[in-house]
Design a protein around this ligand. Structure first.
Ligand code: HEM
Length: 278
């Protein structure tokens, strides 16, 4: 596997023809039984073609990846990290509540607005990305990057998105959580200063070489607008109606599995209804 971390090489991964570097090829690789279904391999048990039912099921699943996989899992896990961040950084709750109080109805009608919440979600996804690899491509034919690095058929090229999220070149104080990092500094509430800010506002759904949550270029996730709105509805409803707190803030909350950062099952969060709904 070759990791491409410069904007130039990531672009080369994206622009190679599908017959040479394939996103679906990478997705099919991920769904091999050896990596899923607890290692149970139908192919080993029933011959190379597998039984009809299993073959059909796997064909449907693999042919519809990556449409299915991210939809089912990544958005909900991203939300878990956002809820943990609300617990870890309670100073953001009040300004977020104020924004929701004035603008949630407009957002519900238009799916636009809520820049403070958008930035909070983006900062959470930057520092705790569910996936730390992006722009995965499997070589179906030999491929050579502009610097001469080669991929043979079957090799993977991808971008280390989790590490890129921590690059000082892209993010001032990259390890610091700064919930309003991505908003226009002019709209940061007074009580929220000082804040580390990018200077140039950007949105959760924006795609560029410094933020690869959604991939990049011609394959960039088409579900990102839906996912962003979906996450804002859930987090917005939580903030408007509950105070959240971790029962054991110092207990380990995550484990890594392959390139993913996943929440542990037993983390408890209390949701205390607000006395008066806003
Ligand atoms: C938080 C949630 C999600 C994340 C983090 C995510 C991330 C990604 C990434 C990294 C890619 C690969 C892009 C590349 O390699 O350049 C991708 C592709 C894709 N995603 Fe998502 N996704 C999410 C939700 C969704 C949803 C909800 C849908 C559908 C409603 C969806 C549909 C797709 C499709 C169809 C592709 C393939 C695009 C293509 O082949 O051109 N995703 N997504």
């Amino acid at each position: 596997m070759i990791f491409a971390s410069s904007a130039k090489h990531i672009k080369e991964l994206d622009q190679a023809p599908d017959s040479v570097l394939s996103l679906n090829g990478a997705a099919k690789h991920i769904l091999q039984p050896i990596y899923t279904m607890n290692g149970f391999n139908w192919f080993d048990r029933r011959g190379v073609e597998g039984v009809g039912f299993v073959k059909t099921l796997r064909t449907l699943l693999t042919n519809n990846l990556p449409q299915l996989l991210p939809r089912l899992s990544i958005a909900t896990k991203t939300l878990v990290w956002v809820i943990h961040d609300l617990c870890d950084h309670p100073e953001y709750v009040e300004p977020l509540r104020e924004e929701l109080q004035t603008s949630y109805a407009d957002f519900e009608r238009s799916t636009k607005g809520l820049p403070l919440l958008d930035s909070f979600l983006k900062e959470s996804a930057r520092l705790t990305p569910v996936e730390s690899m992006s722009v995965r491509r499997c070589a179906l034919a030999p491929f050579t990057f502009s610097d001469g690095t080669r991929l043979a058929p079957g090799d993977w090229g991808c971008a280390p998105s989790g590490a890129i999220n921590l690059k000082e070149e892209y993010y001032p104080s990259p390890h610091e959580f700064s919930g309003f990092r991505f908003v226009d500094p002019a709209i940061i509430p007074d009580k929220q200063s000082p804040q580390i800010n990018q200077g140039k506002p950007s949105k959760l759904v924006d795609v560029d070489e410094s933020f690869l949550m959604w991939g990049t270029g011609r394959m960039a996730c088409p579900g990102r607008y839906y996912s962003s709105a979906f996450m804002k509805v859930i987090v917005g409803q939580i903030i408007m109606n509950y105070d959240v707190a971790l029962v054991e803030p110092s207990a380990p909350r995550w484990f890594s599995w392959r390139a993913a950062l996943l929440p542990k099952d037993h983390t408890l969060v209390t949701f205390t209804p607000l006395e008066k709904k806003i």
